[in-house]
Design a protein around this ligand. Structure first.
Ligand code: NCD
Length: 317
């Protein structure tokens, strides 16, 4: 089954073969991105609008580069300066943009579900670039591509997702994707940050970092999402680093060839030791960024094909 959807709102509805279709095309775009001339024309003539209602460095930059490399006209809406600040609702803003005939709308929003709602109101393909604590599908896809290229496969791996699982859309999308591909997933963190209900996704939950990391192939660290915390989830950052910060001593419990991942932005010395993050023999954090551009090119290419096919359908008289 190829990827035949109108939007990319989350990993949850996707079939494993759709995930594979996106990753296979992304592999081709990795090659293109390593050439001197990085242009293809999959999005030529189309208009891509990026609407980020929350701060972003990597995701926004990589969606912008991805669109430009594929020949789209790309516009970044400065949401801080937009009419949202004057009280216009999300839907009014979306309808206004819709009247300008965009083809691809890339949206990040602090509220879970906001991007799905918006997708129901517009006539173009919508890509979720992160909605609240809900989903961040292109992040999970770029993580999957990074793992597949580093480990040579994307199934039957032991993968640890560590830290602030409770507030993380990255953790949620990864948990769903890696579960669909039949990996064994462990969630590691204090009970305040790894609620027991996450076990429903079929993951094993560990409170002790060393025990949880034992023999894993992949160590995925998460940022403490302080902006989404409304109380005392951790005693102190120092204590948190002591128990859950990834350093060489804790990493030694994982397999000798285990890779270290982090979606960024990193809090060095809080969830991860700076030296581990920069260790090119263990850390694939820079590869994740590279894969991000390729995965976003692949996702937008496939959505644009579907958009064109839908528009080309004969209109009944
Ligand atoms: C993540 C996000 O925004 O959800 N960042 C990203 O997209 N690379 C993770 C985070 O903010 O911690």
């Amino acid at each position: 089954m190829a990827f035949r959807r109108k939007h990319l709102l989350g990993i949850e509805p996707l079939h494993p073969s759709e995930i594979t279709a996106i990753l296979d095309l992304a592999d081709q775009y990795v090659d293109l991105n390593r050439r001197d001339v990085k242009h293809a024309d999959a999005l030529r003539g189309l208009t891509q609008v990026n609407m980020f209602f929350e701060n972003s460095t990597r995701t926004q930059a990589s969606f912008e580069l991805a669109g430009k490399r594929l020949g789209a006209d790309v516009m970044n809406m400065a949401m801080q300066a937009s009419s949202i600040k004057k009280g216009e609702t999300l839907i009014d803003t979306a309808m206004t943009l819709n009247a300008m005939h965009p083809d691809l709308l890339v949206v990040r929003h602090p509220h879970s579900g906001a991007v799905d709602l918006l997708a129901q109101k517009v006539n173009c393909a919508v890509l979720n670039a992160g909605d609240g604590r809900h989903e961040h599908p292109t992040q999970a896809l770029l993580d999957a591509l990074t793992i597949r290229r580093a480990k040579g496969r994307l199934h039957r791996l032991n993968i640890a997702i560590c830290g602030d699982v409770a507030h993380s859309r990255v953790a949620r999308s990864n948990l769903i994707l890696l579960g669909k591909m039949e990996n064994r997933i462990r969630l590691i963190g204090p009970p305040t940050l790894v609620p027991a209900q996450f076990a429903e996704f079929g993951a094993e939950v560990y409170e002790d970092m060393r025990e949880g990391l034992r023999d894993v192939d992949v160590v995925m660290m998460l940022r403490l999402q302080k902006e989404r915390m409304d109380g005392g989830f951790i005693p102190s950052e120092r204590e948190y680093y002591h128990r859950y910060g990834l350093d060489a001593e804790k990493l030694a419990f994982a397999k000798p060839d285990a890779i270290v991942m982090h979606p960024g932005p990193m809090n060095r010395g809080v969830e991860i030791d700076g030296e581990i993050a920069d260790d090119i023999n263990r850390s694939v954090i820079q590869e994740q960024v590279e894969m991000g551009v390729a995965v976003r090119m692949a996702a937008m290419d496939l959505l644009a094909r579907n958009l064109r096919a839908a528009r080309a359908e004969p209109v009944e008289a």
